[in-house]
Design a protein around this ligand. Structure first.
Ligand code: AHR
Length: 340
């Protein structure tokens, strides 16, 4: 897959230019049916014909990252920008998400955007969308299905995020015996698979040993309860390092460590991925030791891609948005200026 890096701001500029030519509708109707929220542009028959109807199948509402991503998508796909957005959040259930996509096909939307819960299982429904000539854009996560079945994808390089986190761990702790536990993201999801692979490759040959690895499903509660289990099995003294696939699970781990009388960030070091506000605050407070960013502000890029694809313009198969990484000092410098 060809990698092409574009910064959020460069793409947002392109989106703004594209949107300048669109009709701006006035008046809004919001309707909720079977887990879907529809926000449509008003403005009469002529205006309605210019409106692009988009079905967006979101994973759920599992994390702070996800809330920021949903907000970014809803803002970009607004009626003011010429869209009618049918929003569905699947509560992290792959089957429910596939059936939401089927509903979008049956409703005859102009385009479908998906943040896939898991990588596998998409071939049939994507083929159905292709038969109905409805273009599909993926955002955030990827799928294992053939690239021919979707128009484009915009998101983050999850493997590179894992590598960055692992390289920092190797540099800090790789020369001494370090017992690590992992809080994995949703099983079968692209970020869980790729972050695990990236991290493992970066710590290879070091003295960091993975003593346990279980899923906390990207949620704070999940991270907390898996960490409670780790502490019950190995004790605070038996764990040196936590690698959490997202901030929320790391924040849950902090709660579990504190409840057991330990000091997060000192007795047990913590590395996470996302860099949402709560995670960054914990890093500034010294409870998390390192965070690799995963930028959730993908709405403008996704909306721009939908417009280009519907206009018959050529687009690449993949657009990667670059991430940063933060230690405590770097987090303290930027925390007040971050939008999420
Ligand atoms: O797919 C991106 C991941 O999904 C984020 O890291 C995590 O917080 C979210 O739930």
């Amino acid at each position: 897959m060809k990698k092409r890096f574009l910064s959020t701001f460069a793409l947002a500029g392109v989106a703004a230019l594209t949107m300048a030519g669109c009709t701006t509708e006035t008046g809004t109707t919001t309707e909720e049916t079977a887990g879907e929220t529809t926000t449509e542009a008003g403005g009469g028959e002529e205006a309605a014909s210019d409106v692009i109807t988009v079905g967006f199948a979101q994973t759920g509402a599992e994390s702070g990252w996800r809330s920021a991503n949903t907000e970014s998508m809803q803002t970009a796909f607004s009626e003011d920008n010429g869209f009618e957005l049918i929003f569905n959040a699947a509560d992290n259930d792959p089957a429910a998400q596939i059936s939401a996509v089927r509903n979008f096909i049956n409703q005859g939307v102009d385009a479908i955007v998906i943040a896939p819960v898991v990588e596998d299982g998409w071939d049939d429904v994507l083929a159905e969308a292709a038969s109905a000539e409805i273009p599909v854009i993926l955002e955030d996560r990827t799928v294992s299905a053939s690239e021919d079945l979707y128009a484009s994808w915009v998101g983050l390089d999850f493997e590179a995020e894992g590598v960055k986190a692992g390289e920092w761990a190797a540099e800090q702790y790789g020369d001494t015996e370090t017992k690590m536990v992992v809080l994995e993201g949703t099983t079968g999801s692209a970020p869980a698979n790729d972050r695990a692979a990236g991290f493992a490759s970066a710590i290879e040959g070091t003295m960091i040993e993975t003593i346990d690895s279980q899923t906390g499903d990207f949620t704070r509660d999940g991270g907390k309860s898996v960490m409670e289990g780790y502490i019950a099995n190995y004790g605070i003294d038996g764990i040196d390092l936590v690698f959490a696939h997202n901030d929320d699970m790391g924040l849950g781990a902090i709660e579990a460590i504190e409840a057991a009388g330990g000091v997060p960030g000192e007795d047990i070091k913590i590395i996470t991925i996302d860099a949402v506000k709560d995670g960054m605050q914990a890093l500034v407070d010294g409870k998390i030791n390192y965070i690799v960013e995963c930028n959730p502000l993908l709405g403008d890029q996704a909306a721009d891609l939908v417009k280009k694809v519907l206009a018959g313009e050529d687009v690449d198969k993949a657009y990667y948005v670059e991430d940063q990484a933060f230690d405590q000092a770097a987090a303290a410098e930027v925390i007040d200026s971050r939008p999420y």
